[in-house]
Design a binder for this molecule. Structure first.
Ligand SMILES: C[S@@+](CC[C@H](N)C(=O)[O-])C[C@H]1O[C@@H](n2cnc3c(N)ncnc32)[C@H](O)[C@@H]1O
Length: 255
C-alpha cells in the first residue's frame, strides 16, 4: 500500500468510530486493548493526560483505576466517541476530553505527572508535541508511549493476519526489526546479562497473559520521538508474549 493510500485509510478510520473499532479489534485478534493497558502499571502520580485517546477505552480504564485524567484528541468524531465511552462506562465527565492537537496543549506548565499516548500517529514525532509534553509534565513525571505492536506468526490464524498487516503497514514496519535480529538469541543474551537490574522479567498482572519485559538499550523503535531534544530521559522496553510483542518508550522529566 502506498503512503498516500495508507494516510487516507487512517484518516478515514479516525472519522468513523465503528470502522476504527473493527480495525483495532479484528485484525489484532482482540489484543489491542491488552496492549493499551500495558501503560497502566507504568503510570506515575495522580494527574494523567492522554494524547490522541481515540475511542476513550484506556481513558475510562485510567479513570476507573482512580487517576485524575484529561485527554486531548484531534478528530472531532473521536472526541464524540470518547465522550460517549465515558458516559456509557459512568467513568467521567464528557468535558475531560478536549478537541485539539497535541502540539498545542491547553494546560498550564507542570500540570501532569504522566502523559500517555498509545498507538500514536505522526504527532508523536513532532518536536512541537514533545516540547508541549515537557512543558506540562511535572519534574519526575513521564511520557509513556505505546508506539506499536506486532502479532507474531504463530498458530494458524496469526500468519494470515501478519500478512494482512504487512500489506497495510509495509514489510519494514512488520518485519523490519526481526529481519535484523534474532530475537531468541537476543533474549538469551539478555537473560545472561550480568546486571540483572538492567532488565525486568515479570508476569504482567494487568492481564492474564504471561509476558516478558526487557529493557532494550539503543532500541530501533521509538528513535524518532525527539525526547533528548527536550531533556527527557529515554527508556525503551519490549514486552513479549507467546503471540505478540509491543514496543514501549518512556521519557522521564528529570527532577
Ligand atoms: C491510531 S489512533 C490511536 C487511538 C488510541 N490511542 C488507541 O490506542 O486506540 C491515533 C489517534 O490520534 C489522533 N490524532 C491524530 N493526530 C493528532 C494530533 N495532532 N493531536 C491529537 N490527536 C491526534 C487520531 O484522531 C486518532 O484518534
Amino acid at each position: 500500500m502506498t503512503p498516500v493510500l495508507r494516510k487516507w485509510l487512517f484518516e478515514t478510520l479516525y472519522k468513523n468510530r465503528y470502522l476504527y473499532r473493527f480495525a483495532s479489534t479484528v485484525p489484532f485478534v482482540g489484543q489491542w486493548r491488552v496492549w493499551q493497558r500495558l501503560s497502566l502499571p507504568r503510570l506515575t502520580g495522580h494527574d494523567v493526560l492522554e494524547l490522541g485517546c481515540g475511542l476513550g477505552d484506556l481513558l475510562a480504564d485510567m479513570i476507573e483505576a482512580g487517576y485524575n485524567c484529561r485527554a486531548v484528541e484531534h478528530s472531532p468524531q473521536m472526541v464524540a466517541a470518547a465522550r460517549d465511552t465515558l458516559q456509557h462506562r459512568h467513568s467521567g465527565e464528557k468535558n475531560l476530553v478536549l478537541q485539539g492537537p497535541a502540539q498545542h496543549l491547553p494546560f498550564s506548565a507542570t500540570s501532569f505527572d504522566t502523559v500517555v499516548s498509545t498507538f500514536p500517529s505522526e504527532y508523536i514525532y513532532d518536536p512541537e508535541t514533545i516540547a508541549e509534553v515537557e512543558r506540562v509534565l511535572r519534574p519526575g513525571g513521564r511520557l509513556i508511549v505505546i508506539e506499536g505492536a506486532n502479532l507474531l506468526p504463530v498458530g494458524f490464524l496469526q500468519p494470515l493476519l501478519v500478512l494482512l498487516q504487512t500489506l497495510v503497514y509495509g514489510p519494514s514496519a512488520v518485519y523490519g526489526p526481526r529481519q535484523d535480529r534474532n530475537l531468541d538469541e537476543e533474549m538469551a543474551r539478555n537473560q545472561r546479562a550480568k546486571h540483572r537490574e538492567d532488565k525486568i522479567i515479570h508476569s504482567n498482572r494487568t492481564t492474564s497473559t504471561d509476558t516478558t519485559t526487557e529493557i532494550v538499550p539503543d532500541a530501533w523503535f521509538g528513535q524518532h520521538i525527539p525526547l533528548e531534544q527536550f531533556g527527557l530521559r529515554r527508556r525503551s522496553e519490549r514486552v513479549r508474549s507467546r503471540r505478540w510483542e509491543v514496543y514501549i518508550i518512556t521519557g522521564e522529566k528529570l527532577q
